[in-house]
Design a protein around this ligand. Structure first.
Ligand SMILES: Nc1ncnc2c1ncn2[C@@H]1O[C@H](COP(=O)(O)OP(=O)(O)OP(=O)(O)O)[C@@H](O)[C@H]1O
Ligand SMILES: [Mg+2]
Length: 458
């Protein structure tokens, strides 16, 4: 009998065929979605209207990863949500099978290969790198040593004009009270090595803009990480006549999306010099404020955008002196919800609500510029739905077939098996199987965008 370890059990998982190796599960349980490269067998399974990711992995790793993901969730750090581990599996012949770790599929998430599949421009890469750097710094702030930073182990979600990065693979992670500089350096070295490989792989597949150089990109990751870390934790010393620099530091951190929970301030005996250092900083400055005012749970940059719109609304309705919480409530019903109400149901899977709202604001701004008048929000929403939203691929399950491939995958549930009609082609490139450094670089094979049409037709 399989055994379930779970803090929040989903009873619909119990009747699934746990006695079958995950790779052989009947497709009726599976859903084909894009994903990154993995060593283990990973499948997306559907029960009712929930989608979970299942990974078959040896017991101590499964439990270790489950617990770490749980800790990350508790500390409000962006990572996939652990659901449970199924242990004590045996197959029909009584042979033991490896446990399965279940995590909730991260909605609207984009594995990097689907982001890159249609070719990626410089500024998109920069935004992805920034998102990744913020994730790494957030993990380090809470004492989490990742050990396996890579593009495949990261999921991205749209966050207004930026991206937000989530950790997806915590297998190698370790949680400490605080990381030493040496531990952080270790993660940076791993990040450089893995990301360099990831970028080379994309370059070889023709998915990286020609002007982008993998080495420069990893240098950029390292540089930006160091800059962010210095801003988040660095010591600043100034003269006692420049006390406004304390406030300035807090504001800069807020602008980066962090709150300062503890700022250490020391003055010299003669009060001539002041030394400040943030001791505890928490990410989510804007998203927490938006949550407090409206109950909306959004990414950080989306929150920034929505809060700006709320401020504008407050100004426009002449209520600067009214309690902000009251205005926020009105804004929510009169503006935010009005926009969503204008979006037909069948198009809602294309964008998360806060992202959609952000895109409507952008649309309205351009429309207003073009027509030299202030386009009302309802009209802008209709225009956005008509001109933009209809044409967008669905992203609720990240099934964004960005660039439909004309080839079919052999197994839509396992992109690493390559394409259906390519019997005499060499097996697909799998970097983990690749002992020889000079082996052929990856082809766009592992790219998973074709699975949707294929799943639909199969
Ligand atoms: N909860 C989830 N939501 C969305 N995608 C997921 C989720 N879990 C896994 N994936 C996808 O599956 C891929 C493989 O998962 P994961 O990295 O955990 O496997 P792995 O075999 O441990 O990888 P590695 O080879 O790095 O050890 C990820 O890159 C991601 O695209
Ligand atoms: Mg992985």
């Amino acid at each position: 009998m399989p055994r379930f370890v779970s803090a929040k059990p989903d009873s619909r998982l119990i009747p699934l065929p746990w006695g079958t190796p995950l790779a052989e599960w009947p497709t009726e349980y599976l859903v084909a979605l894009p994903r990154g490269i993995s060593r283990h067998v990973v499948r997306f399974i559907r029960v009712g209207n929930s989608v979970y990711a299942a990974k078959e992995v040896i017991e101590h790793l499964a439990l270790h990863e489950y617990r770490l993901l749980h800790d990350l969730m508790r500390m409000d750090t962006p990572a996939v949500e652990p659901i449970g581990v199924i242990t004590q599996r045996v197959d029909g012949d009584g042979e033991p099978l490896d446990p399965i770790l279940i995590t909730r599929h991260l909605e609207f998430s984009l594995p990097y290969r689907s982001l890159f599949s249609s070719g990626v421009r410089q500024d998109t890469v920069t935004r992805l790198i920034d998102a990744m750097v913020v994730l790494l710094a957030r993990l380090h702030l809470i004492g989490f040593l990742w050990g396996d930073v890579s593009l495949s182990n990261t999921l991205f979600r749209r966050d207004a004009g930026q991206f937000a990065a989530y950790l997806v693979d915590a297998e190698t992670g370790e949680l400490h009270t605080q990381l030493t500089d040496g531990q952080r350096e270790h993660d940076l070295v791993v990040a450089r090595t893995n990301l360099f490989g990831d970028f080379l792989d994309l370059q070889a597949g023709g998915m990286l803009e020609e002007t982008l150089d993998p080495l420069q990109l990893v240098d950029m990751v390292e540089l930006r990480y160091r800059e962010l870390w210095a801003e988040l934790t660095g010591v600043e010393v100034f003269s006692g006549s420049e006390l406004e620099r304390i406030e300035g530091r807090v504001r800069r951190l807020n602008a980066l999306g962090f709150d300062v929970a503890e700022l250490d301030i020391q003055t010299s005996d003669d009060s001539h010099t002041v030394r400040i250092q943030p001791k505890v900083v928490d990410a989510g400055h804007h998203s927490r404020r938006l949550m407090r005012l409206t109950g909306l749970d959004t990414e950080e940059n989306q929150a920034r955008r929505l809060l700006n719109d709320l401020d504008t609304y407050r100004f426009r309705t002449g209520r600067q002196h009214v309690d902000e919480a009251i205005v926020a409530h009105d804004w929510l019903t009169n503006v935010f919800e009005t926009v969503l109400a204008h979006v037909p149901n069948d198009l809602r899977g294309k964008r998360e609500p806060a992202q959609l709202f952000h895109e409507v604001l952008d649309y309205r701004w351009y429309a207003s510029q073009r027509e030299s008048r202030e386009v009302p929000i309802a009209e802008a929403t209709e225009g956005y739905v008509r001109d933009v939203l209809r044409a967008l691929p669905d992203e609720d399950l990240s099934s964004d077939a960005l660039a439909p491939l004309d080839q079919r995958l052999a197994d839509p549930y396992d992109p690493s098996r390559g394409f259906a009609d390519s019997d005499d082609d060499p097996p697909p490139y799998d970097p983990w199987e690749d002992d020889e450094a000079e082996a052929e670089a990856a082809s766009p094979y592992l790219d998973i965008n074709a699975i949707r049409p294929r799943a639909a037709s199969g």
